[in-house]
Design a binder for this molecule. Structure first.
Ligand SMILES: [Zn+2]
Length: 308
């Protein structure tokens, strides 16, 4: 008799336990469970950095594109894709930089993931230039004013998903916005009055930055920092530098000593780094660099290129 009663009690407990688990699973799509951090997946580096600064200690932020990988050619593995479905919030840019994310966005929303297209309506549609390379310029984060709009969208999504900590996210956003305003001031002060307006780059990533500060980006396709440039390319570059009085050519990678040597010898120009920030190298990561550190390094090199 006693044993039967115990068995009955046990059965009730099992049913209760089942109900409790299934309930908490159901609330899962409404945000993080009590005591758990908000899980945020981002595609490219600036989104990761902004999300981490806004989420602070309340969130776990992951970057889908690994350090050191060429962002424009990246496609996530099925395993990575499955991981993204576990997120509370997924942040991507849109435009030509993470087209694979755009393809996932609809399905993720249906599964209860809050999806943020941080670059929405910030892109300028440019007519295809003849001979321009495959991807149009979607590097909006290199303009601090547009970066601020991106940050605001990320913060709103976090606040909506995790209402309990909404004011915390909005305070962190305020701090981030102030820093972006300061950065914009620094850029304006240094670049709007620069005597030269033209700068040469090997990666056409700086169109939005150039537009904001009244500069002119000259992008040379087919100039990889890993390869030796062709004689034709060198002749073209020498001509351009002479014509515009340009003394520096700006490349994206720091591993460009070979290119630097060739250009110095043949063109009489020096090489400076202009970081597109779409991804960080392992080296950048280890050095603890972030969006602001790299943007200030870029500014120092732009000042050099435009003043000398
Ligand atoms: Zn790029």
């Amino acid at each position: 008799m006693k044993a039967r009663r115990l068995y009955f009690l046990f059965a009730i407990l099992m049913v209760a336990a089942f109900l409790i688990t299934s309930c908490s699973q159901e609330t899962d799509s409404q945000g993080p469970r009590k005591g758990e951090k908000l899980k945020i997946y981002t595609t490219i580096y600036p989104l990761y950095d902004f999300a981490a600064k806004i989420a602070g200690e309340k969130g776990l932020v992951e970057k889908v594109v690994p350090a050191g990988v060429e962002v424009h050619d990246f496609e996530p593995s099925p395993k990575l894709v499955a991981g993204i479905y576990d997120a509370d919030v997924f942040v991507y840019l849109g435009g030509s930089i993470d087209p694979w994310a755009e393809k996932m966005a609809g399905q993720l929303s249906k599964e209860g993931v809050t999806v943020v297209k941080a670059g929405e309506s910030l892109f300028v549609e440019e007519p295809d230039e003849e001979g321009s390379d495959d991807h149009s310029d979607s590097h909006v984060w290199l303009d601090p004013v547009l970066a601020k709009a991106m940050a605001g969208r990320i913060a709103e999504a976090l606040a909506e998903k995790d209402e309990e900590n909404a004011s915390y996210y909005r305070e962190n956003l305020k701090k981030l916005e102030n820093r972006l305003d300061d950065l914009d001031q620094e850029y304006s002060k240094a670049l709007l009055q620069a005597p030269k307006k033209d700068f040469i780059v090997n990666h056409a990533a700086f169109g939005y930055l150039a537009k904001r500060y009244n500069l002119n980006q000259i992008a040379i396709s087919g100039l990889s920092s890993q390869q030796e440039p062709s004689p034709r390319k060198l002749a073209e570059l020498s001509e351009l530098c002479r014509e515009k009085g340009i003394k520096y050519i700006m490349v994206e990678a720091s591993s460009s000593s070979k290119l630097a040597n060739v250009l110095a010898r043949e063109v009489g120009a020096k090489v400076l780094i202009l970081h597109p920030l779409e991804n960080l190298s392992e080296e950048d990561m280890r050095a603890g660099k972030d969006y602001f550190a790299l943007m200030m390094e870029n500014l120092e090199n732009l000042k050099k290129a435009l003043n000398e």
